[in-house]
Ligand binder design. Structure first.
Ligand SMILES: [Zn+2]
Length: 440
């Protein structure tokens, strides 16, 4: 009897010890996600500011984020370039880092915000078994980048409501009083019911709320910064799953529509096929909608590129999925789609033979063609970078505001040829290989 009890105590102690080891390892890995990987701005950087300068309560919180300012010293407009609105969209983050590490301004200034929702970089998508990092080869060795979540870490904001109603914000009434024409057909921000999880999605809550949740305060701080800095043109980088119709697209506020369509034309000359969608007035809380409705001087756009790693139909999470944009599950879905449409075409042909007029019918599961070689992150980054360069050019061509001069941004073809890592920097004089991976 005593011996059995003793055995059980020993067994329990062993299991308790193992559980503590697992908890310690998991805790260490979880905390490691809270350490920002170093970024290496181009030598033309003039100032680094924290977003909390525009909304003090963010100061010292994990939501505070860096603004990298490139001031040419010459008069001109201000362009805002943003990544990491959704940190599970890796090319969106990497494109902003790419700009940060290469940019030189010749007229006006740029504000680069690579980690817009830093609170969403601090964990991965819940229950998706996603990898917490991705790696890009550079001349300074392999660099590690965070692969985060679409929404703020629940450690920072919890619990989610059953239904989330996004905020009206403090700016709309003031703007309508001054510019009543803006309210024509435009219901204004807020009062939209969304899924509870969207209460942590910063791209559903602009223009934010200074007394709201920490994510609503982040949104408010960004809009306040845009208004105080009088941003003329803003580009917000994203990615979308292949089954999502808004893909390979510039989504533009109506004030930015002319600039976007002109950029689309310039991009066709670069061999970059992209289309322009006008931001819907009834879909609230998004950058391309609310930034334009909260400040009359800005032309905001959002860019989407195709990413298999965030799709609902994806296979097992692998590094190739994120970097090479390769996932055989999507290749198979594409084959199914092709066979389905062949069968529909065959049926239509048979109906026609019998003298009937068939209804035109095709089935669409994917909105992007996923080649068997994947859509590499270099292609997705190159699309965002080239689109940004052409948007600035279109803005200048149309004299949409004070001129903005950007330089030292490689062309789309060069990025594809050399890889995005070729243009990324590293600590000078440090041993290149593996250093970043060891801290993980
Ligand atoms: Zn997104």
């Amino acid at each position: 009897m005593m011996k059995a009890l003793k055995d059980r105590t020993i067994r329990a102690s062993i299991f308790l010890g193992l559980a503590l080891i697992v908890a310690a390892v998991a805790g260490y890995r979880f905390r490691a996600q809270w350490v920002d990987e170093p970024l290496y701005p181009s030598p033309h950087l003039t100032e680094v500011r924290m977003l909390s300068e525009y909304h003090a309560p963010l100061e010292g919180t994990p939501m505070d984020t860096e603004l990298y300012i490139f001031d040419s010293g010459e008069p001109g407009g201000t362009v805002l370039i943003c990544g990491g609105n959704h940190p599970n969209e890796p090319a969106g983050y990497l494109a902003a880092v790419f700009i940060l590490e290469n940019l030189r301004m010749t007229e006006g200034r740029a504000i680069v915000m690579p980690r817009m929702n830093r609170g969403a970089f601090l964990h991965t998508e819940s229950q998706e078994a996603q990898l917490p990092n991705f790696f890009i080869p550079t001349a300074h060795g392999e660099r590690r980048f965070r692969h985060g979540s679409r929404v703020t870490n629940p450690v920072l904001q919890w619990p989610d409501p059953t239904v989330y109603v996004n905020p009206r914000g403090p700016f709309w009434d003031e703007i309508v009083a001054e510019h009543p024409e803006i309210a024509e057909g435009n219901p204004g921000p807020g009062r939209q019911t969304l899924a509870g999880v969207d209460s942590r999605n910063v791209n559903r809550m602009f223009p934010g709320d200074p007394r709201g949740t920490i994510t609503e305060q982040l949104a408010y701080a960004i809009v306040t910064m845009i208004r105080e800095e009088e941003v003329d043109l803003a580009v917000d980088y994203h990615e979308a799953s292949p089954e999502y119709p808004t893909n390979n697209v510039i989504v533009a506020h109506e004030r930015a529509a002319d600039v976007a369509t002109w950029a689309e034309l310039l991009l066709s000359g670069d061999g970059v096929a992209i289309s322009t969608d006008t931001s819907a007035m009834h879909l609230r809380g998004l950058t391309h909608r609310e930034w334009g409705d909260a400040y009359m001087g800005i032309r905001p756009v959002l860019l989407e590129a195709p990413n298999v790693a965030q799709g609902r139909l994806k296979g097992r999470s692998t590094p190739e999925q994120i970097v090479e944009g390769l996932d055989m599950a999507y290749v198979r879905v594409q084959m199914i789609q092709k066979r389905l449409n062949e069968r529909l075409a065959e049926r239509a042909r048979r109906l026609e033979e019998r003298g009937r007029i068939p209804r035109e019918r095709t089935r669409r599961i994917l909105y992007v063609n996923i080649p068997e070689t994947g859509i590499h992150i270099d292609v997705r980054v190159a699309r965002h970078v080239q689109t940004t360069a052409r948007l600035v050019e279109a803005y200048n061509d149309q004299m949409a505001g004070p001129p903005i001069g950007i330089a030292d941004i490689p062309h789309y073809d060069e990025i594809i040829e050399n890889g995005s890592g070729h243009y990324l920097h590293g600590p000078e004089g440090e041993p290149p290989a593996g250093a970043a991976r060891e801290e993980e």
